[in-house]
Ligand binder design. Structure first.
Ligand SMILES: Cc1ncc(COP(=O)(O)O)c(C=O)c1O
Length: 387
């Protein structure tokens, strides 16, 4: 194996998928093709996918309008030495659909875009301390473990999701050292409006930036993500995943006084302005709006989420619940090894199902796909229960 750790995306390791580094020839580990709600592995076997590239794809794989835009941009060269027209066009489109994105900046990965949001907040406030809630990517800011300096970790604290008392206490304790609070708006379930209001009021009180990391929720809960769904407007929003429907693009956007910090600090990447992903993203945003994608995800995802909740009650010895929201949900297994067995049994029956992490429907998933998936997961649970 030449790729260190098998693959460059941690959640695509066989171990992450099936709980075993060498899961056996009957399970898929590398793929060749994707289309709609399906992928094909290197043996040519076909799978219905509920993982959807870890939520990077909300319209379905190889969506025709997105592929046409990408192909057209590719044929025009895809990259060059000047700022591409697609960059400003996409920024304008984002501001049309989410007016709180007064100004934006594009990057390639979600982790980079979160890091940019934090850099902007630190530059604007002249402070260092950041409070986080949820997953914000692999970069040093919110990581622990070997290779992350203690000095970096010292500037990062976490708060529990939707816990008003501890959030208030953490923000008040940090007080005028606090640069930003970065939260995922959905962690295992929706937030209470009281928590979001408290976050808004307390960050304003201490003069820190409020950042919504909408990398999973943007273009999924609503076109304008959690901001649109719950009506609380943060200072900065981070977007990724569904923004490009699988093309590599992320963005940080929001209040101009924060984005204007790009003139004082340095945020830049050579290929942030390749324009295939920028063109693809504009097409993806247009499709999201015109086809009412979030409503579809809510409806079809609701069927999945209700089905998972039913399975959780039917297999209480294996599963302790079905956390999430319709648009992103999962089964919480009592034991990691059971989750691995269920995912393996599901794959043997033609379904890619994420264990103990979010599953996502897309525009390409209908009720038939969801019912097939639920049937397979039920069979997989029965098979896993026998072991
Ligand atoms: C909420 C959230 N923030 C940040 C990230 C990091 O994004 P990326 O993996 O594109 O760097 C992720 C990825 O799963 C995410 O879900």
């Amino acid at each position: 194996m030449i790729v260190a750790g098998f693959t460059s995306t941690g959640s695509k390791r066989p171990e992450a998928l099936f709980g075993a580094a060498d899961p056996g020839a009957d399970l898929p580990v590398r793929m060749r093709r994707s289309a709609g709600p399906r992928i094909w592995d290197d043996q040519g076997r076909e799978y219905l996918d509920l993982i959807m590239a870890l939520g990077a794809v909300s319209l379905g794989y190889a969506h025709p309008a997105v592929m046409t835009a990408a192909r057209e941009a590719l044929e025009r060269g895809g990259v060059g030495s000047l700022a591409p027209v697609e960059e400003e066009r996409l920024a304008e489109r984002l501001r049309e659909v989410s007016p709180w994105l007064e100004s934006v900046r594009f990057l390639k990965t979600g982790a980079e875009a979160v890091a940019a949001a934090v850099r902007l907040a630190r530059a604007a406030t002249g402070r260092n301390l950041v409070i986080g809630c949820g997953y914000h990517g692999w970069l040093d800011l919110s990581s622990t473990g070997p290779g992350v300096p203690g000095s970096v970790q010292a500037d990062f604290r976490t708060i529990p999701f939707d816990d008003a008392d501890r959030t208030r206490a953490a923000i008040r304790e940090a007080d005028n050292a606090l640069a930003a609070v970065v939260i995922e708006p959905v962690v295992d379930g929706p937030p209470s409006i009281e928590w979001l209001r408290l976050l808004r009021a307390e960050t304003e009180r201490v003069g820190a930036a409020l950042v919504f990391d909408e990398i999973k929720t943007g273009f999924r809960l609503a076109v304008g993500g959690a901001v649109e769904r719950w009506g609380i407007v943060p200072d900065l929003v981070v977007l990724g995943k569904a923004l490009g429907n699988g093309f590599p693009l992320a963005a940080v956007g929001g209040a101009r006084r924060f984005l204007d910090q790009v003139g004082r600090t340095w945020i830049s990447s050579t290929l942030a302005t390749e324009f295939v992903a920028l063109a693809a993203a504009r097409a993806a945003v247009d499709q999201c709006v015109t086809l009412g994608v979030p409503a579809h995800l809510g409806r079809v995802g609701g069927r999945l989420h209700r089905g998972l909740a039913r399975l959780a009650t039917e297999f209480p010895g294996l599963v302790s619940g079905a956390p999430g929201v319709p648009e992103m949900c999962y089964l919480r297994f009592r034991d990691e090894s059971v989750g691995g067995r269920v995912a393996a049994e599901a794959a043997r029956r033609g379904l890619l199902f994420k264990r103990t992490a979010y599953n996502f429907v897309s525009l390409a998933h209908g009720e038939g796909e969801v019912d097939f998936a639920l049937g397979v997961i039920e069979e997989a649970l029965i098979a896993a229960a026998r072991c």
